[in-house]
Write a protein of this length. Structure first.
Length: 417
């Protein structure tokens, strides 16, 4: 008998032994946690304005509560890494997520809604961190486009939840939209329930010893490039979340009917392949150049419905937004790990999360006149992020290969969205 290790056979079509099985389970978890738990609020918001008498300011506060909860969940995963490897925490978080969605229609009290959206944000982040850790850890030796398709679950969840609200708004109210969203999250949780979490990390390899008579090689100092990247990614958090929260309401304001929700469905469809696509582009061209291009395209998409009326502008805007917001995270975090700056992923995620909290608060005074001014401001902030990415291009160290150092996240990986 041969003493070589036999690898398990790989069944086609995403069966348990296949890498596609991990992709599909992680995609389902991300669809439930992010596409539904986090972003279904966007297409439901106009219904709550019209039927639940939710004011624009209160709508911004609910969004902020969700993003504060998300930051809490992300920080818990950072400082308590065992959480990211716990199947029990994953399942408990999925149950809490479904419960928080189902409880939204049971009250009209804004304070209770704030708590529910805070809880939804925290458990969404927890599921996200667990799913991403498992996705990247289990597929480390597989082609990098596979994790990209896993992240596409976020777009799939956005499209499914948006389509659900689009169908319901013709004959049901905001309560039914929340209950149906809870049911969709529960359905997506079924395949996610059996997802294999990340294994405990192996002991880190010792640092490379210096050659005889020489000095140990160390990573080059990358503070100035990381500073530009941090500024760019934090500003992206501010700008993208304004559009991600208010885009449907803004389109509905100018084109009453189902156009806004339909545009949101299109944004989700465009997001499905975006992580894999931008990761592929980032391997063939300079990451700072591709990041700059993605930010400029996103800024144009966000500004379009504020500057041009009509369904064509709304649909193009949604497509450009959906095609870029996950891709920007993919590129920025890959660039951060490439620079090998200490705790790059944690720092970038923290800056991005804080930006998401500030975004709705920054535009709240503008919402009294509607949503167009808010979208213009969001586009300007994303252009500022593009300017910082332009600075990142100057002398960017494309080759970083000192011995004994490994990137924390494979190229194309993303740890926040």
């Amino acid at each position: 008998m041969s003493d070589s290790i036999q690898r398990p056979s790989v069944a086609p079509g995403g069966l348990p032994g296949s890498p596609w099985g991990h992709v599909l389970r992680a995609a389902a978890a991300l669809a439930a946690a992010m596409g539904v738990g986090r972003f279904v609020y966007t297409p439901i918001l106009p219904l709550m304005h019209a039927q639940a008498r939710l004011t624009a300011g209160a709508g911004a506060h609910l969004a902020t509560a969700n993003y504060v909860g998300y930051l809490v969940g992300a920080l818990a995963g950072t400082f308590l890494p065992r959480l990211t490897r716990s199947a029990a925490v994953l399942r408990g978080s999925l149950l809490l997520l479904v419960a928080s969605l189902a409880a939204m229609p049971l009250t009209r009290t804004t304070a209770v809604w704030l708590v529910l959206r805070l809880v939804a944000g925290a458990v969404s982040a927890t599921v996200f961190v667990i799913a991403v850790s498992a996705l990247l850890g289990r597929l480390r030796e597989h082609p990098a486009h596979l994790p990209g398709w896993g992240f596409g679950g976020i777009g799939a969840g956005i499209a499914l939840s948006g389509l659900l609200v689009l169908v319901l708004r013709g004959f049901a109210d905001w309560r039914a939209a929340w209950w149906a969203s809870a049911a969709l999250a529960a359905l997506l949780s079924v395949p996610a329930w059996t997802m294999r979490t990340e294994s405990a990390p192996a002991t880190a390899a010792p640092a490379a010893a210096p050659a005889a008579g020489g000095r140990a090689r160390t990573a080059p100092r990358t503070h100035r490039w990381f500073g530009a990247l941090f500024a760019s990614y934090t500003l992206e958090g501010v700008g993208y979340i304004i559009a991600g929260t208010f885009l449907v309401a803004a389109i509905d304001q100018g084109s009453p009917g189902r156009l806004g929700t339909g545009a949101w469905v299109l944004a989700g469809v465009a997001a499905v392949p975006s992580a894999a696509l931008w990761a592929w582009l980032g391997r063939r061209w300079s990451r700072p150049d591709v990041l700059l291009a993605a930010l400029v395209v996103q800024a144009a998409g966000i500004a379009l419905p504020a500057l041009v009326e009509g369904p064509a502008a709304a649909l193009v805007s949604a497509f450009l937004f959906g095609a870029t917001f996950i891709g920007v995270s993919t590129l920025a975090l890959a660039a951060g790990t490439h620079l090998r700056f200490p705790r790059a992923v944690a720092l970038l995620t923290a800056g991005y999360s804080v930006g998401q909290i500030l975004g709705p608060l920054a535009v709240e005074p503008l919402l009294r006149q509607g949503y167009r001014q808010a979208l213009v401001l969001a586009a300007l902030v994303v252009l500022a992020a593009a300017a910082a990415a332009f600075v990142l291009r100057v002398g960017f160290p494309h080759r970083m290969d000192p011995p004994g150092l490994q990137e924390a996240v494979p190229d194309g990986g993303v740890v926040s969205a």
